[in-house]
Design a binder for this molecule. Structure first.
Ligand SMILES: [Zn+2]
Length: 146
């Protein structure tokens, strides 16, 4: 099902882990407004980058989220966040570009130099920018883009 010009519902629900574990990761009807909001925002991200973006993790039902080690309050479980990469550049370059273009977001995370997490809020976007990296086997967050 097409959500916007460049994004489909399947891109938000697809998960290799969910498939392997036979977890039903379909989106509850009450979260569809959030999914639509996120898809509209991702069109702006795509436009800012001038490149397609590849969603590696979109919606996560609570069970899938727990299985991938996500925090229980994760915006992924509300359909308000995605992880992605893009041929535009490195995760840091992508984050910098989105900041420079004045993109509205709730949380933007440069994750482990591997992907970008972007989350949105239907009401108040906090413009939080973080870098996630491993330290002693644990993920830690730094309050700036590095
Ligand atoms: Zn994420």
């Amino acid at each position: 099902m097409k959500l916007t010009e460049h994004f489909t519902l399947e891109e938000f629900t697809h998960s290799d882990i969910a498939n392997r574990l036979k977890i039903d990761n379909s989106i509850p009807a009450e979260l569809m407004p959030n999914i639509h909001l996120t898809a509209i925002k991702l069109e702006l991200v795509r436009k800012a980058l001038g490149q397609p973006i590849i969603i590696t993790s979109g919606y996560r039902c609570p069970l899938l989220n727990a299985r991938v080690g996500g925090v229980s309050t994760s915006a992924h479980t509300k359909g308000l966040a995605v992880d992605f990469h893009s041929a535009y550049g490195t995760p840091k370059e992508i984050c910098q570009r989105l900041i420079d273009t004045g993109m509205q977001f709730d949380k933007l995370i440069q994750e482990h130099n591997q992907w970008v997490h972007i989350g949105f809020s239907p009401s108040h976007n906090r413009q939080i920018v973080l870098t996630a990296f491993k330290q002693g086997g644990k993920t830690v967050y730094c309050n700036e883009l590095i």
